[in-house]
Design a protein around this ligand. Structure first.
Ligand SMILES: Nc1ncnc2c1ncn2[C@@H]1O[C@H](COP(=O)(O)OP(=O)(O)O)[C@@H](O)[C@H]1O
Ligand SMILES: [Mg+2]
Length: 225
């Protein structure tokens, strides 16, 4: 198995340090194959984002195991964890939150390359933008000069530059109109066919999940159905 979580538990305290804690995830198992698209639905507050952050290797569960290609993520040293985390990426509902408002799109799109020690040339950035149906003329703009749909497409281009194996999509189109939503889902599907990345689509919109996903789970009472 490729990405797998077993018996994952995560609690949050409702207030300060002494307040009672509530188990948002209470023994969640999930396994993902390369290129698979699975859907996670559930009511607001069910723990979907929490599960997404754990699948993306960003949040450490209280207990349980997260493993990628057989390696236990949280039992590994920082170097191994970093190399696994690069393969696991997440797209958030609010693309604005993933961009530094002071940076140009050029700077934001270059960042993943620079983190890997390479300075990308313009033609590489233009290729990544073309894949999300954007023209390289937007490179000099700042986030506030772009629409929500454009920013979300740039957020997708940015994580795809890291060549992820698993992409968690946490309500990626919830803030967008129906036409923009359809366009983004189409381009995500095209990118998946090229890269064979697996997708975890998180959404409260069961119709959309039904249309897009091969397998659907519902998060309820801290467990996946
Ligand atoms: N950092 C946090 N601290 C305390 N409670 C949190 C935190 N993050 C989420 N929660 C709570 O955990 C529950 C699940 O949140 P979340 O995973 O965001 O659910 P969903 O994405 O399904 O709406 C909610 O009740 C939320 O208020
Ligand atoms: Mg959420």
């Amino acid at each position: 198995m490729f990405l797998e979580i077993n018996q994952v538990v995560k609690s949050y305290r409702s207030g300060g340090r002494k307040s009672p804690s509530r188990k948002v995830l209470n023994g969640v198992d999930l396994a993902l194959e390369p290129g698979e698209i699975i859907g996670i639905t559930g009511d607001s507050g069910a723990g979907k984002t929490t599960l997404g952050l754990i699948l993306a290797g960003i949040m450490r569960p209280d207990s349980g195991r997260v493993s990628f290609a057989g390696t236990d993520l949280w039992a590994s040293n920082a170097t191994i964890r970093k190399s696994i985390s690069r393969r696991l990426q997440i797209v958030f509902q609010h693309p604005e939150s993933t961009f530094d408002p002071q940076w140009t799109i050029h700077q934001s799109l270059s960042e993943p390359f620079i983190l890997c020690g390479v300075m990308p040339d313009l033609s590489i950035l233009a290729d990544h933008l073309a894949e999300v149906e954007l023209n390289s003329e937007i490179l000099e703009r700042h986030p506030r000069q772009l629409s929500g749909g454009e920013l979300q497409r740039i957020a997708i281009a940015r994580i795809m530059a890291l060549n992820p194996k698993v992409v968690v999509l946490d309500e990626p189109t919830a803030m967008l109109d129906a036409l923009t939503q359809a366009r983004i889902l189409n381009l995500l599907e095209r990118i998946r066919q090229r890269t064979d990345a697996a997708y975890v689509l998180i959404s409260h919109d069961t119709d959309m999940v039904n249309r897009f996903c091969q397998r659907i789970h519902r998060l309820s009472d801290g467990r996946l159905e």
